[in-house]
Design a protein around this ligand. Structure first.
Ligand code: ZN
Length: 448
């Protein structure tokens, strides 16, 4: 009797576990089936690494990739090359996290019908980029490695973000060991960091105007060098006596070295962090590389760090967002690339925390506007009210300087912030301004 009772108990316990387990399964299934079905590697949605249902288009409905069963890219080689870093390759060397993130919306799962797209054509993911602007930007970069990006600082839509080197997924070249394709699998806009050079003076300027507004009235004297014991900060020219606005326009290293002394490295670091430049910026399942700012121990390197040299690094996406904040009164729309996916996802604009006071943003804008009006030339920008700063990031040894350019259009109709990073491009003013000119003109056409 005792033995039988024990067995009955054991059976009851087992039955309890079974019923409990089934209950758990049913709850999980009803609440999370849509996630299960698109789990990485699920054969219903994926073919190896890549989702194999649905399609991806640009902002105008131009087909970038049809994923039904096999990957069919755009019929135009220029579009294939200009967009592969967003839609991914066939082999999985270039991942497309923004597409994977919305796989369940693209596949269109619901509890009644399962994957409605299974065996069908799937839903569509519409990206915010313009295939037209992408191709113009890639062509403008020419043989240079680098990235060019433009986004709407009011809505967050990325209109353009190209990366070079790139290649045609329908005609894959020999990439391994070929210097021309070094880093070809990287999306330089999200995954890389660059020594910023003088575009970083926008950061130092904003910190100075926020922390020590009286310095607007100060004059700075440049003799071409500024001594720090045995070390010197050198300038591109001898700028003489200048106002702060003129020193920014002259990109005077001596004046910015003096500002670093007045501000202090610790305070500058605090602002670099507040401007989001040392954080990973994330959107649409993409986690961007973060920049860095190292507090130097010696005054000469604190000065170099305020000039965008020393160990400064910026990620193009987070720097673009910072510039967007200057344009948008102190806080920017956060960038995104997926406008909608299937019938169930639609992007919404969200904003960064306020980075600076509205008055400071307006002043930085005024200073950046002065740069274009008096130095870079409004004639380059076909009626667009551009505010910007160029940069040249120098390296030790023989490595050619990186040319940089960052800014925005101060215009309600064309609220565009941009960044151009050209590796080995030399002077930002000569290399990047013509690139930005072509890309902004293409953006203007698209927004009209
Ligand atoms: Zn100078």
């Amino acid at each position: 009797m005792n033995k039988v009772a024990k067995r009955a108990w054991a059976v009851c316990i087992l039955a309890g576990i079974l019923i409990g387990g089934m209950g758990f399964f049913v709850v999980e299934f009803t609440t999370r089936a849509d996630q299960w079905v698109v789990t990485a590697g699920s054969p219903h949605v994926y073919n190896g690494e890549n989702i194999n249902t649905g399609a991806v288009t640009d902002r105008s409905g131009i087909l970038l990739l049809n994923m039904h069963n096999t990957r069919t890219y755009s019929g135009a080689e220029s579009i294939r090359k200009a967009t592969i870093h967003w839609v991914g390759d066939r082999e999985g060397y270039i991942s497309a996290p923004a597409i994977s993130k919305y796989a369940r919306h693209i596949a269109g799962f619901d509890m009644a019908n399962g994957l409605y797209a299974y065996g069908g054509s799937g839903g569509v993911a519409e990206l915010t980029i313009s295939a037209r602007v992408q191709t113009v930007a890639l062509e403008a970069l020419g043989d240079y490695k680098g990235t060019v990006a433009v986004y709407n600082y009011k809505t967050g839509e990325i209109l353009c973000a190209v990366t070079n080197p790139t290649y045609d997924p329908d005609n894959v070249p020999e990439i391994e060991g070929n210097p021309a394709y070094e880093g070809a699998y990287l999306n330089r806009f999200t995954q890389c960091t660059y020594a910023p050079g003088s575009i970083f003076k926008i950061v130092t300027l904003a910190a100075v105007l926020e922390e020590m507004p009286a310095l607007q009235e100060k004059t700075f004297t440049c003799t071409g060098t500024r001594a720090y014991g045995p070390d010197t900060i050198t300038c591109e020219g001898i700028h003489g006596t200048q106002s702060l606005k003129q020193a920014f326009c002259n990109s005077c290293n001596c004046a910015f070295a003096e500002l670093s002394e007045l501000l202090g490295g610790q305070t500058l670091k605090k602002y670099v962090e507040a401007f989001g430049l040392t954080e990973h910026i994330s959107f649409d399942g993409i986690r961007c590389e973060k920049g860095s700012f190292q507090l130097a121990e010696d005054a000469v390197n604190v000065a170099w760090s305020a000039i965008g040299q020393y160990n400064d690094l910026v990620n193009p996406c987070s720097f673009l967002t910072f510039v967007g904040a200057v344009a948008n009164g102190g806080k920017a729309a956060k960038p995104y690339i997926v406008a909608r996916a299937g019938d169930s996802y639609e992007a919404e604009t969200s904003y960064t925390a306020p980075m600076m006071d509205q008055e400071v943003a307006a002043l930085v804008q005024e200073y950046m506007r002065n740069n274009v009006a008096t130095k870079y030339g409004d004639s380059n920008f076909d009626g667009l009210n551009v505010c910007a700063k160029t940069g040249t990031a120098e390296f030790d040894g023989d490595q050619a300087s990186n040319a940089m350019f960052a800014g925005f259009v101060a215009d309600e109709t064309y609220p565009l912030a941009f960044i151009v990073c050209v590796e080995g491009g030399g002077y930002g003013m000569y290399t990047c301004v013509p690139i930005a000119s072509k890309v902004l003109a293409a953006c203007k056409e698209v927004l009209q």
